[in-house]
Structures are given as C-alpha cells and as structure tokens.
Design a protein around this ligand. Structure first.
Ligand code: SF4
Length: 475
C-alpha cells in the first residue's frame, strides 16, 4: 500500500494552465461535518425567511409594488443556471465561491477534486474505496469537477454515477481477455493522434485531458497523461492535419481524445479551422463528455465559434439519467440552438445503467434536451473493467425493452466494438421468427408473430441458412 495520499500528479489542465497545489486547491473548500449538512427543506425555509425580511423592509406585500414609486433592482443573473441541488452542495462545501466563479469553467477545472483529503470531505468513502484510492497504481488518473461532485451521493457507495468516477479495488483485477488497447487503435494509427480504421473517416485524438476520468475508459492507456499525448504541441496537430490533407477519401473527421472541449477556445478554433479548410472534409464531429461533467464550458463564445464551422456534429457521452441536470440541459440547449446536431454515446455498465427502466429514463430524458440517443456500447475489455461488463444478452434485452415501447428516436444502436480492430458491429434482438411458404414470419415488440409476403426472399428459411453456412465453410 502506498503511503502517499496523492492520487495523481501527472494530469494537468489544458491550454497551458497549471494544477494547483494541495493548499491552493482547497482554498475555497468549506467542510461542515456531515451532521451539520443542511437539508433542502432547511435551505428553502431560510430562503423564504430572507425574502420575507426584504418584503417587510420595503413595507409592501409581494406582487403589490407600486411600479412608479419603486424600481425593483433585479438580482444580478448568474451567467449560467445553477440547480437547487448544486446550489445546496456549493453552500456546504464552497460557500465562499460566488456564482461567477462557480460558473467559470476554468475555475471548475482548476478546482477539480484529485486527492483523497478533499474527496473525504465531500463523500463518505467506504473502507474499500479508501484502500483502492491509496493503492491507486493505474495509468488512469482520478479527477472530478466540483460540479460533477455535486451530483454524487455522499452516502451511497452504489450510486450509479458515483461508481463511474470513484476508484474501486476491482480495477486491480485483470482478466485474461482484457488489454490496454483492446480495439487495437494503435495498430490503425498511421501518424500519432490519427486512427484510420474505416474507409471515409478518421479519429483525431487531439488531447489526453479530460475534466473527469471515467473508470471504464477505453483510452485509459493514454488519457490523463499529457506527456504522452502532447496535445499542445503544434507539431503533433500539424502532422495529424497533414495526414488528413493527404487523404482525399477522408470526408468525416471525429475530434476526440481525451476531451476536445477542454481545450481553450483559441486553440480549438485554430484546430477546427485547419480541418475545415481541407476541401474533402465534409463533416467535423466532436466527441465529448464536457456538457455532462463541465457544462459551464459551453459558453456563448464557444458556441458562436463552433457555429462558424458547420456542418459540425457532436456526440456526448452520457451514462445515467442522474446526469440530466438543469446545467447539462442548458449546455445542450446552447449547442442545439447553434445548429449542432447532438447525439449521445453510452457505455453499457453493470450496476450503473443495465436496466430497461434506467435506459428508458435516460433516453427519453435525452430527447427532451434535444440529444438523439445514438450508440449503446458493449463495454470494451479494457484492463481492470470486468466489474463494469455485463453480458451481450443484457444489451439486447435493453434494446428489446426500448423498441416499440418508446419513440424510435429514443432507441440507440447497440454495438460491440470488435476487439482487435474489427470496428463497430451492430446487434439487434431477433425479430425474424422463421418462414412459412412465401411468407416471412416476424416477431413484433410484444412478441406477437406477423406474416409478411416475401415470396422471393430466403431469410428465415432454415434450409437456405444451412446452405449459406456450407458455402461459407467451402470458401
Ligand atoms: S470522458 Fe471519455 S476519454 Fe475521458 S475518461 Fe471518460 S471515457 Fe475516457
């Protein structure tokens, strides 16, 4: 067991920022004992008491202001929404941090929770969690933004979103089928930062930095250590851009990482504008979790900048309906209003979102904030993630529990990213029940069988299936 309590010292904020030292990091931190936590009710009570005092001072009753006599000075509006739950959290732990600072994404990044001392003030860690954190030896660092910490349950070790970001002892259990790079991305990388697997598109890993590190990350081998990713090296980006320029078949560039939206506006704009200038690049996509873990980053300036480079799409990484907060809704509203089509990517995680009911709530909630559920991924066999993996049947069961029971737009594609670099393989529950003469037998969402006239088809014919299998064996 390590004697140090430092969880990570290699992960630095992007854009030339520096991590704060322990003392500076906890500068804003206020730690009331758990017993002194204020409930929502108490806080609400205090708010209405305050408002009653103001009314009394003005000697008027609410709604009866004589408008010509008094001018009501509106409270200065925070530039970003702060939900009731988050406000309560902030009063408890960051009481001297004003709205303007809390809503400043740079402040959120600088004040990420990255050490056990700070974490224990916010969350009642179990003995297992403490041991796992002290024993931490994985390349994937630990980091949680104060905002995301506000949606974690301080008392429940099994809370879904908490499990996705707090280190567990299970990470140290490696199974034989797991690998550092299970999708063989490094093998499909012609130049550093580019993964060219599919014919018409490339993945461009633009940074190794994330605001929050997900414990099941497929790229845990590279994220969190900017010394590996060299994300601010102009040469690294230039080489990758030059590769795209030299490959006219590339019509779609997915900027990912790490999280591209953690890069400063000016650097991100330089990067996007360079890619946009390449004539054969039709579409730029950004893969990000920022609207979920650092929604304050979605500033008006950022969306105005992104708006200039259409067609630009965004895939947002969601895991659970608890992430659908007013802050995240506001971030998505700003992006959608800027004309950016939003899709979600969700990893199927055991004990986190592997129930039809949870996935229904998530996907219906996403539709309400104008995010189209896009992919549901079977969890990749990354080293130390077996505790998050469930069966492929479970994924199919969830898709069967969504299809027909809710809007088609709320049903993502369930895919397995084939280990070894085979790419995404979509899987569907079995809706073909067989064949009856000229008719195909189809099973609907309720399990009822219907006939569809298909005289020239052979799907569902067991004999035809056998012949196809035999032909394959002969090849
Ligand atoms: S946000 Fe994405 S890249 Fe970053 S840790 Fe999570 S899964 Fe990995």
């Amino acid at each position: 067991m390590k004697t140090t309590t430092s969880i990570d010292d290699k992960d630095e904020p992007p854009g030339g920022g520096t991590s704060l030292t322990g003392a500076a990091k906890t500068k804003h931190f206020v730690n009331p004992p758990f017993g002194e936590r204020l409930s929502n009710q108490v806080l609400d009570g205090r708010r209405s008491e305050e408002s009653a005092l103001v009314q009394r001072a003005l000697n008027v009753t609410p709604g009866s202001f004589p408008h010509n006599k008094f001018k009501i000075i509106p409270k200065s509006k925070p530039p970003f929404v702060i939900s009731k739950r988050t406000r309560q959290f902030r009063r408890l732990f960051f009481s001297n941090v004003p709205d303007s600072q809390w809503n400043d994404w740079h402040w959120q990044v600088k004040n990420r929770i990255r050490d056990i001392q700070t974490l224990t003030k916010i969350i009642r860690l179990s003995p297992e969690e403490i041991e796992a954190i002290l024993d931490h030896k994985n390349p994937l660092p630990f980091s949680i933004t104060p905002y995301y910490a506000s949606i974690l349950d301080p008392a429940d070790v099994n809370q879904a979103v908490r499990r996705t970001v707090i280190i567990s002892n299970n990470e140290y259990h490696i199974t034989p089928s797991e690998a550092e790079d299970p999708l063989s991305e490094d093998n499909d990388s012609p130049v550093p930062g580019i993964v060219h697997r599919y014919p018409d598109r490339v993945l461009f890993l633009v940074t190794g930095f994330c605001a929050v590190y997900c414990r099941y990350c497929t790229r845990s081998r590279i994220v969190g250590d900017v010394r590996k990713m060299h994300h601010i090296s102009p040469q690294y980006w230039e080489n990758a851009i030059s590769y795209i320029r030299q490959h006219p078949e590339v019509r779609d560039v997915l900027l990912s990482g790490g999280d591209p939206l953690t890069i400063s506006d000016s650097k991100l704009e330089w990067l996007i504008s360079q890619v946009r200038r390449i004539p054969h690049v039709e579409v730029i996509r950004i893969g990000t979790k920022v609207p979920v873990v650092l929604p304050q980053r979605i500033t008006k300036q950022l969306v105005e900048m992104l708006h200039k480079y259409h067609p630009l799409w965004m895939s947002i990484h969601f895991s659970h309906p608890d992430e659908l907060t007013p802050e995240t809704a506001e971030a998505c509203r700003r992006l959608a209003d800027a004309g950016i089509p939003l899709g979600s990517q969700t990893v199927l995680l055991k004990g986190v979102n592997d129930r039809v009911e949870t996935m229904t709530r998530l996907n219906q909630g996403l539709m309400k904030i104008r995010v189209r559920p896009y992919y549901l991924y079977q969890c990749d066999p990354v080293r130390g993630t077996s505790h998050f993996r469930t069966t492929v049947e479970k994924g199919l069961e969830i898709i069967a529990g969504l299809r027909g029971f809710t809007s088609g737009y709320a049903v993502p594609s369930f895919v397995v990213d084939a280990p070894g670099g085979g790419g995404k393989i979509p899987l569907l529950p079995e809706y073909v029940a067989g064949r009856s003469g000229d008719n195909l037998l189809l099973r609907n969402y309720e399990g009822n069988i219907y006939m569809y006239p298909d005289p020239e088809g052979s799907i569902g014919d067991p004999l035809a299936d056998c012949l196809v299998a035999e032909e394959r064996q002969l090849l």
